[in-house]
Design a protein around this ligand. Structure first.
Ligand code: ADP
Ligand code: MG
Length: 150
């Protein structure tokens, strides 16, 4: 566990590097200066935590259908990768959250509140796609076990 860190931001476009195809889409959070300073001291790697939708203009119907009338206060488990952005010469951090829930619709533009509660592993370059996929599945299993939703 870590001292929990609260991040808030909008879901922006990433590189679409096949994460959806791998079955693990990641909601990329925009990097406000506030988020930047909050993660500046964190080790790059994978974290676990919870996520809530702060806005839901594009996906309200789906959230309503999935979680009922209280959808706005629903917390979901998430595995978050905190890394470096290659398009800025690795000088900018990236925050990408895989939410442990299946959604039919994208939710670009919505605001999320992410609470980082655990550090799972360091960032690493896997030599094969298979190994990366195994690592991601392991992150998801770990997140299921260590993050409790009250
Ligand atoms: P990008 O490179 O634009 O981030 P991804 O392939 O990583 O593209 O897909 C991310 C998008 O998929 C998110 O922005 C969100 O709109 C959607 N999405 C659907 N289901 C999920 C999920 N369970 N977790 C995270 N994002 C999801
Ligand atoms: Mg992504």
């Amino acid at each position: 566990p870590i001292d929990s860190i609260l991040l808030q931001g909008m879901v922006v476009n990433g590189f679409k590097r096949g994460s959806k195809e791998l079955g693990v889409p990641t909601a990329n959070l925009d990097l406000s200066s506030e988020n930047m300073s909050k993660i500046s001291h964190l080790l790059p790697g994978v974290y676990s935590g919870t996520v809530e939708f702060i806005t839901y203009e594009t996906n309200k119907d789906e959230l309503l259908e999935k979680f009922g009338e209280n959808f706005a206060s629903v917390k979901l488990r998430t595995a978050i990768s905190i890394g470096w952005n290659p398009s800025y010469d690795n000088s900018h951090r990236t925050i990408e959250a895989y939410i442990l829930e299946e959604f039919d619709n994208d939710f670009y533009g919505e605001s999320l509140k992410i609470n980082l509660t655990h550090y799972i592993r360091a960032e690493s370059n896997y030599s094969s796609l298979d190994h990366l996929i195994m690592a991601i599945h392991n992150d998801i299993e770990t997140t299921k076990h260590i993050v409790s939703i009250e």
